[in-house]
Ligand binder design. Sequence first.
Ligand code: URA
Length: 440
Amino acid sequence: MRAYDIIAKKRDGGTLTREELEFLFNGYVDGSIPDYQMSAFTMAVFFQGMNHEETAMLTKIMLDSGDKIDLSSIPGTKVDKHSTGGVGDKTTLVVAPLVAAAGVPVAKMSGRGLGHTGGTIDKLSAIPGLRVELEIDEFLQQVREVGLAVVGQTGNLVPADKKLYALRDVTATVNSLPLIASSIMSKKLASGADKIVLDVKVGSGAFMKNVDQAFELARAMVAIGSDMGRETVAVITNMDQPLGNAVGNALEVREAIEVLKGRGPADLRAVCLELGAWMLRLGGKVEDAARGKEMLTELIETGKGLAKLGEMIAAQGGDTKVLENPDLLPQAERVLTLLADQAGTISRLHAEKVGLAAMVAGAGRSRKEDDIDLAAGVILKAKPGQAVDRGQVLAEVYTGHEQKGKAALEILKEAYSFGDYREQPLIYGTVTKNGDNRYR
Ligand code: URA
């Protein structure tokens, strides 16, 4: 077998066999297939796609490239949650403690942010003292004792994805449906949960820019999960504008705490309730998602979700006083404001640009090895649909450096559009093993 022939077959629209995929991907991981051949291959997949069988086989090959976490020592049905990535997406910080407080164990491995999207592990790192790198035994013990742990990836999970994702990132081939589906699902399957809830984001701040594509990606991932015996549900949610008002690590932790206290932005709360309700449904705690939302609402009102977050923070060595006094989170030295240069209604707020502005302010990385400023980011004071006066504050930039702050303001200014406003759905629908359910 030769890599050349496999690349040419895919380039010409052919369907690959398991043997061909194994040859290529196992060879890539062991170093016998060079980056340049894999680059050509991923570009061929970008244009020609893969059918369901190919995508499922690729997922399995990637899954088998490394370790798998065994969660069987934790009693109960373990339900994982994963977002395809967005701006201001701090749902894990809200949903994971709420679902754990309802009695469904959550053993979650999360990633760091890259580019304009944030990562849960960076957000958690903003809590003073909190450790995100736990040994696997410690991780499992914490879930058994507390019912909840959110940590960075431990062990050698899916090395094929680690290598391939880095290559896709620099060859403009991230945005390929079968490659995204196999990348996400191989990691979710390796993390060991019994059931999986996916938050598939759609819009300017997401990989999927239109709703039909997002449903297609969701169907692909739900089918892979089901084929592998792990029931998977996908919720398709809006990422055309940022979720909530805070973008940036410490700022997002503060906003998540607000939601757990029964306050906070309505859009963030609604997406959290939807995702959490499906986790409870898959975890066998409720008959349907509507009852799940009621249960989660009670857990917010009684403070039990917040208390569960506190237990997790304590178990991971963090300072739980941040829950009562969020000023203990890292604070930016400077706050710059963006003022409206016209009166009118905000028609759009481009999520990717807001994410870039936060990143430029210091909240994100453009390269894996970059340091981040945990206090940096953006607070949105006005969002689409809102009428503002000239000179009104649209947003604040939090930063440690005046120059970075000014650069962020420039990008942020471009993110706002004025004119006719058309409301978009916050949640487009779900995909389950029984098919699509479009909410409108
Ligand atoms: N997130 C992933 O983990 N992989 C992708 O390919 C895209 C988003």
